[in-house]
Write a protein that binds this ligand. Structure first.
Ligand code: ATP
Ligand code: MG
Length: 147
């Protein structure tokens, strides 16, 4: 199914959705997360990354200062936050080329700022506030990358 949509009513539900999605992800893959501040990108990433068995939920934190976190388990998972990236030059200085050296799952917050060329398939997930604790989460798998 190329498109899917959910509305979650709590952070816990969004984590649960991330865990279910994780079961359908195979490296190499880019997971683009877009949506405004507080829309739940990091929360969904917690579910995805813990669901992949790459880290405990509490160890998946917003990579705001280091910008890139890497988790090694049976799958290598990167968690990238591009919020502070202001230019293509900033993006180049992150050294993301190394990420693409071997198959991995790369979860990118503020993915609209990811303007590098990458040959890996992309799954796009847009999150939006939908009132109080509700979030609308829309998935686009135009590349047919999901299992
Ligand atoms: N249904 C929901 N899904 C996800 N988060 C929710 C939901 N309801 C409330 N929240 C709360 O909203 C906040 C979402 O924060 P989170 O850090 O995941 O957003 P973000 O999109 O990563 O923000 P940023 O752009 O700052 O990185 C958390 O405090 C979370 O507890
Ligand atoms: Mg975040």
């Amino acid at each position: 199914m190329p498109e899917d949509e959910w509305v979650t009513a709590s952070a816990e539900e969004t984590i649960g959705l991330g865990r279910r999605l994780a079961a359908r992800l195979r490296a190499p893959l880019l997971v683009f997360l877009t949506g405004e501040l507080g829309s739940g990108k990091t929360t969904l990433a917690k579910g995805i990354i813990s669901g992949l068995g790459a880290a405990r939920e509490e160890d998946v934190l917003s990579p705001t200062f280091t910008l890139v976190h890497v988790f090694h388990n049976h799958t290598t998972v990167y968690h990238v936050d591009l919020y502070r990236i202001a230019s293509f030059h900033d993006l180049e200085t992150l050294g993301l080329e190394d990420v693409f050296e071997r198959p991995a799952i790369v979860v990118i917050e503020w993915a609209e700022k990811f303007t590098l060329r990458a040959d890996w398939p992309v799954v796009r997930i847009q999150l939006d506030h939908a009132g109080e604790e509700r979030r609308r989460i829309r998935l686009n798998d135009a590349a047919g990358a999901l299992q």
